[in-house]
Design a protein around this ligand. Structure first.
Ligand SMILES: Cc1cc2nc3c(=O)[nH]c(=O)nc-3n(C[C@H](O)[C@H](O)[C@H](O)COP(=O)(O)O)c2cc1C
Ligand code: SF4
Length: 275
């Protein structure tokens, strides 16, 4: 009757949710997706399976999609997914359902939790204040109480994940996929850089979930031949706020002006521990 929760988290929001669920559901193993991503086939052993991840570009992060595609789901009798997001509608559950369907499985339940944004590249962005965080945490905990019951009773609960009409959905999906492909490509070039505030501490390399960052002569180098998972852990955990985005995709990036957001209960070691 065991439960396996597979999670992916760049700045701790999804990790917090996974940990809270583990407290609420007996016999639950938390498994970081990143730790298994280099395998060709990933065997599950839980009867109940959960996926917890952030929304990236209005859909499932690329590494999460890759992870779910590799799953051998024989053990699974009940599958649920939880997306954490800042604000926008998304198409994550539609994307996951498509993958599961090919394996003859269904996504029984899915839920979206609103949490703090970890994306400082936008103008006038600020990290959530203490008050905002407390309000979000209380909403998340309330929602997790009902998710706990739904999962324990293996009920179906399928929230709407998008408010768009069918033609808008179709166009949006293609645009999002194109955007994600560009983001990955861009990430492989000079999307990130470190500025003169860099002290050479190596935290960015430590938290980099894709292994893209390597310290060379005490400076981080984003290697061109390694694709970024775009989790923004380097950006948000650098203690000197020295990691910046030089995006060609967005007209301007405001990371030099803006502060950063790591989840208050998630340390750099917690994020690095996913590898
Ligand atoms: C590259 C990137 C893209 C994002 N895209 C969206 C988005 O489309 N919609 C949204 O509501 N939040 C978006 N976010 C915000 C995250 O989904 C949100 O802050 C999430 O809870 C972070 O979870 P984590 O700390 O577990 O990584 C994005 C974050 C990043 C880093
Ligand atoms: S975490 Fe920041 S200060 Fe430390 S090496 Fe990376 S860019 Fe430099």
């Amino acid at each position: 009757m065991s439960t396996e929760i597979y999670y992916f988290s760049g700045t701790g929001n999804s990790l917090y949710v996974a940990r809270e669920l583990q407290k609420r559901i007996p016999e639950t193993n938390l498994i970081p997706m990143v730790s298994l991503l280099d395998k060709d086939i990933i065997e599950t052993s839980g009867e109940t399976l959960g996926f917890v991840f952030p929304i990236h570009g209005m859909t499932v992060p690329i590494p999460v999609k890759k992870f779910i595609k590799k799953l051998h789901l024989k053990s699974a009798k009940y599958i649920f997914a939880i997306a954490t997001r800042a604000a926008t509608p998304h198409r994550a559950f539609i994307a996951i359902e498509k993958i599961l369907k090919k394996n003859g499985k269904v996504l029984d339940s899915f839920f979206t939790l609103n949490m703090a944004s970890n994306d400082p590249k936008f103008e006038d962005w600020h990290p959530a204040t203490g008050e905002e965080l407390a309000e979000l945490e209380s909403e998340v905990k309330n929602k997790l109480d009902s998710i706990q019951n739904i999962v324990l009773n293996k009920e179906k609960s399928r929230e709407k994940d998008t408010n768009f009409t069918v033609p808008v959905n179709f166009v949006l999906e293609r645009l999002v996929l194109l955007g994600m492909a560009f983001a990955e490509y861009d990430g492989a070039k000079d999307y990130f850089y470190s500025d003169s505030k860099c002290k050479g501490c190596g935290t960015c390399e430590k938290v980099c979930l894709s292994g893209k960052i390597k310290m060379v002569n005490k400076k981080p180098v984003w290697q061109e031949n390694v694709k970024s998972y775009m989790c923004y852990a380097c950006l948000n955990y650098c203690p000197a706020q020295a990691v910046q985005i030089k995006s060609k995709f967005y007209m301007n990036s405001y990371t030099e002006e803006n502060e950063r957001y790591p989840h208050p209960y998630a340390t750099a070691n917690d994020i690095a521990g996913q590898k």
